[in-house]
Design a protein around this ligand. Structure first.
Ligand code: HEC
Ligand code: HEC
Length: 319
């Protein structure tokens, strides 16, 4: 081996060592969980965007048959989900997936259960043109809002140049952004250790040491990676599963994506039962137990499950 090659191998070796040791650190001591900081006061224009976005979000004119608004399924009093296994679409049939909360969507990097969208605009556009949900033609909607005195006023107060598809999306995104509130866990991460009880801290430590954090990380404790559901054993052998869904494979038809789903956010998760894309877990204890077993290959004790549950409760938004 010539000296150049030796240096090269040495270099690669060092890189690998560095990579593996930093991974180890990430899963043990450090975590890739970043807190939500207190957001600065909104400017009057931003506030008007939120008001407009909220009005659009609750307006049934956004759907073709005028029967659905965004808030039909993403209900404020239900943490912007609806606590149903499946919602009813525009012909009264069940939606393909459980409705996720949009409360913290602004911090996601992947959107929808399969994670097939990479920004909110694209997801909103897909919902608007989905023939089973809003089924709405943009040109017609833009035309209708342009003829509406209330909307003329709201769009101009929010300083949009015109009433357009772009402005509608932007206002809805501003509204969704306004929903994300700090939790006690954020204040804890920002330095106020008194915000979490001993029990909740023990739960957080277990969340890290047992490996939940290897998938549920980032600001949302999720939303930034896709992973196989049933990593340790097939979830679809679970006798509660009636219909097998292949996840991201449905979109790509690539076998590597078999049963891959977006790792969902765990913020305010204790208020958004039932759980999983197919609503196959009725309550948070069951969801935690399934995660231990199918994602980590651990048979969790009742005490471990309750410990994690108390940690997850610290992720509820401060009222
Ligand atoms: C009929 C019920 C229903 C209506 C109406 C509805 N949604 Fe949803 N929404 C869902 C379901 C179900 C999903 C999950 C879809 C998937 O994973 O493919 C979802 C997913 C989302 C997501 C992705 C969340 C994330 O972080 O991944 C956003 C954002 C969203 N909806 C916003 C909206 C907006 C904005 C409207 C109105 C224009 C709307 N929804 C109308 C049921 C609904
Ligand atoms: C290997 C990656 C991975 C690990 C490890 C993991 N999860 Fe998950 N988690 C996922 C995926 C993927 C989903 C979405 C599954 C689905 O519905 O298709 C999920 C879903 C969840 C949900 C349901 C969220 C909802 O809104 O329906 C909860 C709660 C949860 N995980 C908690 C945990 C806990 C607690 C641990 C540790 C005991 C853990 N997870 C470990 C990948 C993981």
């Amino acid at each position: 081996m010539n000296s150049h090659m030796t240096i090269l191998y040495y270099f690669i070796g060092c890189c690998l060592l560095l990579l593996s040791s930093s991974n180890y650190a990430a899963y043990s001591n450090k975590t890739f969980i970043t807190p939500i900081k207190l957001s600065p006061q909104l400017t009057p224009i931003q506030t008007n965007k939120v008001i407009l976005g909220n009005t659009l979000f609750e307006d049934k004119n956004l759907s073709n048959n005028k029967e659905l608004s965004c808030s039909s399924c993403h209900i404020m009093s239900k943490s912007y989900s609806d606590n149903l296994p499946f919602s009813k679409n525009n012909i009264g049939k069940n939606t393909q997936y459980n409705t996720p909360s949009v409360e913290y969507s602004i911090y996601n990097y992947y959107f929808s259960w399969t994670g097939q969208f990479y920004n909110l605009q694209d997801h909103i556009s897909a919902i608007m043109s989905n023939n089973k949900i809003m089924n709405r033609n943009w040109d017609e909607l833009v035309q209708q809002l342009n003829n509406d005195k209330t909307y003329q006023r709201l769009f101009s107060a929010a300083k949009y140049d015109s009433i357009s598809q772009h402005a509608i999306n932007d206002a809805i995104i501003n509204y969704i952004k306004s929903l994300a509130k700090q939790s006690r866990f954020d204040l804890f991460l920002l330095g106020d250790k008194s915000k979490l009880s001993k029990k909740e801290i023990a739960g957080f430590n277990l969340f890290k040491s047992s490996g939940c954090v290897s998938c549920h990380q980032g600001t949302n404790l999720g939303g930034n990676v896709r992973q196989k559901f049933g990593l340790m054993k097939s979830y679809f052998n679970n006798n509660k599963i009636k219909q097998r869904d292949l996840g991201f494979f449905n979109i790509t038809k690539n076998e590597d994506d078999f049963n891959f789903f977006r790792v969902p956010s765990l913020r305010n998760v204790t208020n958004t039962a039932p759980y999983f894309h197919d609503a196959s877990a009725d309550n948070i204890e069951e969801a935690i137990k399934i995660m231990f077993s199918y994602q980590l290959g651990i048979k969790a004790s009742e005490q471990d499950i309750l410990s994690i549950k108390s940690f997850l409760e610290s992720l509820e938004p401060i009222k």
